[in-house]
Design a protein around this ligand. Structure first.
Ligand code: ADP
Length: 302
């Protein structure tokens, strides 16, 4: 019912006393390897809640790829659309110092080889989906091909433009919603007077003017804001439950995966956002990204 098209990465994390400068070598903690990538994160978030979810992604024929596949399968994701080979699995090399500041190198690897041809080959899967959810950690042409395939059969498109990049008009026009955090909203609006404004309402309105059918701006602990092209009544702010935040990594992906699932299940946008803020809030209560995402039982327990 939900197809996530996007990235899968292994996050390789080492703690250090001080992050190394040019030419420096430092000793660090034992290596931690975590499943990541925004596409893989969204798929796990939705599947763990009980959504019928498939992932279209590309990984390498290597140990990181096998680890990612294993985590997807254990979460219940249909991995028949996960392609293998062409380059090593994408990795993020992350060093974290005691204050929590990090330095990150991303090697997109196989993610960069998920091409428009791969998307065309998965056309049947995309056309059968109720909702397709995308991010921008794969080539933009592949995102555009996915959106065109989906839009042609009225499969709903959810897009989180991260990392932010200029989007073709037809991609923007299909988004229902475009999901952005504050940083992504400002980056997409660079040069627009609204980006100097500190008002998420102004960002949402300015983003709506670019053509998407709806916009959701996530606001961290403050929840999320919903604006619809056909809304008339302006924007609606949906508060997030108050929680003790331990680690916000992946909160946005948990939010978007949950949102895409609920939209596919027939919720209206505001109702789906009311559910998604609870999932985002649950995800910040535990460390890590995918390992912090709640099941439906855990969500209802709190
Ligand atoms: P991103 O992870 O993309 O930066 P946000 O920080 O806006 O996105 O978080 C996404 C969602 O996760 C929010 O809309 C909210 O529901 C939830 N969330 C994030 N941080 C907190 C927090 N400190 N307390 C409660 N909920 C949070």
């Amino acid at each position: 019912d939900l197809v996530v098209v996007g990235s899968a990465n292994a996050d390789l994390v080492v703690g250090v006393e001080r992050r190394p400068g040019a030419g420096q070598t430092v000793l660090g903690s034992d290596l931690a390897v975590h499943p990541g990538g925004k596409g893989a994160n969204q798929a796990v978030a939705a599947a763990r809640l009980g959504a019928r979810t498939a992932l279209l992604a590309r990984i390498g024929d290597d140990a990181h790829g096998r680890m990612l596949l294993d985590v997807q399968r254990r979460a219940g994701v249909d991995t028949a659309g996960v392609l293998v080979g062409g380059a090593p699995t994408g990795v993020a090399l992350i060093v974290v110092d005691p204050s929590g500041d990090n330095s990150i190198v991303v090697s997109p690897g196989a993610n960069a080889r998920l091409g428009p041809g791969d998307v065309r080959a998965a056309g049947a899967m995309l056309r059968a989906a109720r909702v397709v959810s995308l991010q921008l950690e794969i080539p933009l042409e592949s995102v555009a091909e996915t959106v065109r395939t989906a839009a042609a059969v009225d499969t709903r498109v959810v897009l989180n433009p991260s990392p932010p990049a200029p989007l073709p008009d037809d991609v923007l026009a299909a988004c229902d919603p475009l999901v952005v955090n504050e940083h992504e909203a400002k980056a997409l609006l660079a040069g627009d007077p609204a980006s100097d404004d500190d008002s998420p309402e102004a960002w949402a309105e300015a983003l709506l003017a670019r053509g998407p059918r709806s916009v959701v701006v996530t606001l961290g602990a403050a929840g999320a804001l919903v604006a619809r092209a056909d809304g008339g009544a302006g924007t609606v702010t949906v508060p997030s439950p108050a929680v003790r935040a331990v680690d916000t990594t992946g909160a946005g992906d948990a939010f978007t995966g949950a949102l895409a699932w609920r939209l596919g299940a027939g919720d209206d946008l505001e109702t789906a956002v009311r559910f998604a803020v609870r999932v985002g809030a649950a995800a910040v209560k535990r460390t890590g990204a995918q390992q912090s995402f709640p099941t439906l039982d855990e969500l209802e327990d709190r």
